[in-house]
Design a protein around this ligand. Structure first.
Ligand code: PLP
Length: 445
């Protein structure tokens, strides 16, 4: 109606005048106004309904406006909006208990942060103090956050403009068979060679200088490269051999997205530190954290941990986490995510690949899928360069929007990452939109 259109126009005008946007050339963007959202759908400023295949930045795992989470936030706000981190709060205590009940055995202590980057910063600080060593190894093709150290351990182009000397970060290649850094031809070969490569990097950097290896259990924005079976186990073994801590970044992959509570479960691996954010409370209120092993916890039993945040364990965020996790348990959301992957997204996306030769590879698990788009299947030439875009990719995105689909994209990839609560029917509707959009974009290009 008119009021909504006028409100949307005013919001847009004020945004363009006063809001400074992340990762953007300010004068070159045309951000979408979102006026309303429900479940897997949202409405833009012009009143168009769009199917959200992005979960925003892959965080609304329960979809928009889940009534149970909304109610929990309202009730917490009416009871006690906030309290300093040094005191005890029921919502925070219960959130910590619930999170620890789902993290791998032994990770029973939770340090709360405001999001994923600061969770990774604190995990690294803990690892450095625990080991007394300076360096952190992490993967090329990774994202660990936008704060200074987190962006330096990141292995994607967002790091380039932020690199600073003396951060003690070193990068290595992880397994990625489709674009193998090791000329491997099978997953098993890729796994073996990636581990041999990491072993060499450790040897050449000096094992006694390395505090931690940080990796996304399944790299997310970098391309959803599900590691071959045995890779994470192999990294765990290398860490154990050299007294290096393993930090699993589960900020995007965690809380059900991969079809398990945490993606490390696919390989049965227990990291020393596990970082989370996003799905922990569906992103309704900013929250992240670090799940800490007993050994690391002991380091700070009689020695003060030198770090903290004003909003650590904010009651509104923790109340949202409690409601989110209880809903995930009661509604069997993780099982639903696994089934969607096996029954709808896996076969549905393979079917798309059969019809569109721009799709070079389909990969993923659960509700966590990537289409690697290429201009030539034989050479695997990406449809947009690493770190960049292209008219073809822009055409795919524009065609999706015309179809009523909001897809996630990064360079030459389309990611299919809707809420875990999307129905099979809605998921199929979205895949049909994507199918038509690819056909239209191909005709336009
Ligand atoms: N780690 C991973 C794997 C992420 O995907 C992200 C965000 O996309 C982060 C860390 C950073 O989280 P935040 O943006 O909440 O700081």
């Amino acid at each position: 109606d008119d009021t909504t259109a006028a409100d949307a126009a005013r919001a847009y005008e004020l945004d363009r005048r006063h809001v400074f946007h992340s990762w953007s050339a300010q004068a070159e963007i045309d951000p979408m106004v979102v006026t309303r959202a429900e479940g897997s759908w949202l409405w833009d400023g012009a009143g168009n309904r769009l199917l959200d295949f992005t979960s925003q930045l892959v965080f609304t795992n329960l979809g928009h406006q889940h009534p149970r989470v909304v109610r929990a936030i309202q009730e917490q706000a009416a009871t006690l909006c906030t309290v300093a981190p040094s005191s005890v709060n029921a919502a925070r205590s219960e959130a910590a208990r619930l999170i620890a009940s789902h993290t791998p055995d032994g990770l029973d202590r939770i340090f709360f942060t405001n999001g994923g980057a600061d969770a990774n910063e604190h995990a690294i600080r803990m690892a450095r103090l625990h080991t007394g060593r300076p360096k952190v190894l992490s993967r090329y093709r990774s994202y660990h956050g936008g704060t200074q150290l987190a962006i330096n351990v990141t292995g994607d182009p967002r790091r380039w403009a932020n690199d600073s000397a003396s951060t003690g970060t070193v990068h290595f290649f992880g397994p990625f068979l489709y674009r193998s850094a090791f000329s491997a031809t099978t997953e098993a070969e890729e796994c073996e060679r990636a581990l041999a490569h990491l072993e060499q990097v450790i040897a050449l950097e000096g094992p006694q200088t390395i505090a931690a290896i940080m990796l996304e259990s399944i790299p997310g924005t970098a391309g959803i490269m599900v590691p071959p079976p045995g890779y994470l186990t192999g990294v765990r073994e290398l860490c154990d051999r050299h007294g290096i801590l393993l930090i699993a970044d589960e900020v995007m992959a965690g809380f059900g997205r991969s079809g398990r509570w945490f993606a490390v479960e696919h390989d049965g691996v227990t990291p020393d530190l596990l970082t989370f954010a996003k799905g922990v409370n569906s992103g309704y209120v900013p929250l992240g954290g670090v799940a800490i092993s007993e050994a690391v916890h002991q380091t700070f039993a009689h020695r003060s941990y030198p770090g903290g945040l004003t909003y650590s364990g904010h009651p509104l965020a923790c109340a949202a986490a409690v409601a989110t996790i209880e809903t995930m348990e009661d509604e069997r959301v993780v099982e639903h995510a696994a089934a969607l992957g096996q029954e709808v997204f896996g076969p549905g996306l393979e079917e798309l690949a059969g019809r569109h030769d721009w799709i070079g590879e389909v990969r993923g698990t659960g509700v966590f899928w990537a289409l690697e788009l290429v201009s030539d299947r034989a050479t695997r030439e990406p449809l947009a360069p690493y770190g960049g875009s292209s008219p073809q990719m822009a055409a795919v995105l524009a065609a999706c929007k015309r179809e009523g689909l909001l897809p996630m994209s990064n360079f030459n990839r389309i990611h299919v990452v809707p809420p875990l609560t999307i129905s099979a029917e809605e998921a199929r509707t979205g895949l049909a939109m994507l199918d038509r959009a690819l056909t239209a974009a191909r005709a336009d290009a």
